[in-house]
Design a protein around this ligand. Sequence first.
Ligand SMILES: *Cc1c(COP(=O)(O)O)cnc(C)c1O
Length: 386
Amino acid sequence: MTTAAEALPRINVMKPWLGEDEVAAVTEVLQSGWVAQGPRVAEFERAFAEAMQATDAVATSSCTNALQVALLVAGVGAGDDVVVPSLSFIATANAPTYVGARPVFADVDAATGNVTVDTLQAAVTDATRAVIVVDQGGIPVDLDPIRAICDPRGIVVIEDAACAAGSTYHGRPVGSGAEIAAWSFHPRKILTTGEGGMITTSRPDWAIRARRLREHAMSASAADRHADLVSPPEEFGEVGFNFRMTDLQAAVGLVQLAKLPDAVQRRRQNAAYYRQQLTDVRGIRLVDDPACGTANFQSLWLEVDADYPLDREGLLLALAEVGISARRGIMAAHRQPAYRGRDTGTAPLPVTDRLTDNTLILPLFHQIEQTELDRVITVIRSAGAI
Ligand SMILES: *Cc1c(COP(=O)(O)O)cnc(C)c1O
């Protein structure tokens, strides 16, 4: 890197917002002597369900696991097609693959980066049993019209809300309108537990089965069995998994969940500042709230078009030269070696290709300073004025 990069403190694309309260919460769990899945996980599930206006919540060790379990409880398996956006983190496409189904790729809308009724319909086949819709980067997907076409056809709509804690859809928390949704608490996301995930669902029967599947499909949880001096013999009704969250993680999650409204508010302020300072720059477009809801702006992406003097790679380099680590926009699974050679449907994906090639994600996190935002803005403005 150049000497200029060394002269300025680095600005990362993301930094988790963790503090003394999380430290205290973990310490308390360590001192309690119960560190694996137990009372804190149960408390985090209750608090998360309430915050997201879900009937039930089941914690897992990641969103990837949560998606896999969601597909299983929805009855998806070998021979089924699951329509997913190619424009998503690879886990969205991997989850159907894990359960023996075929991911079929759908294109997305250029304004939001999300699937729509039209892009899904171009990909749905006779074998489609489920679709996974993503609130990409925290931009809420327009779920209602999608459910209106899928529900009558018996196609389960699974919401991959990995990025979307704190986003809203028609005035309610994202995910609350879904039969089943999956969430991530990876440090790249707005709310983190180190690693971790959650399933929320409106179907009590699905919640019961998900709760079992994440713990080896055991008839009684380890926490329940611990309650009795002589625990009843356990039974394993099917082949399950170890997808458990730990109480250490859940304790952090409880603190993070309480901070979520603040985190969203600050991100939206920072996103608004970027927007205000960049509106008159020709050839760039910042993703914005869709008509159907509000974003948490977990990933504030910018599209570079032909009117801007630099292409996306050029702008990434210009930022890197002064110590700013932006990131390429959302990946496209259909272009990865893992899926390139596979039969993943025939829907054209022009918008996916366009967005994955021409977008970048701006540094945006809770504690980012105005001077840091200004450093990013200055690079984009001065490169745009060449
Ligand atoms: C991050 C992410 C995932 C995976 O989450 P993990 O908790 O890391 O497994 C899945 N889907 C989307 C859209 C994501 O952004």
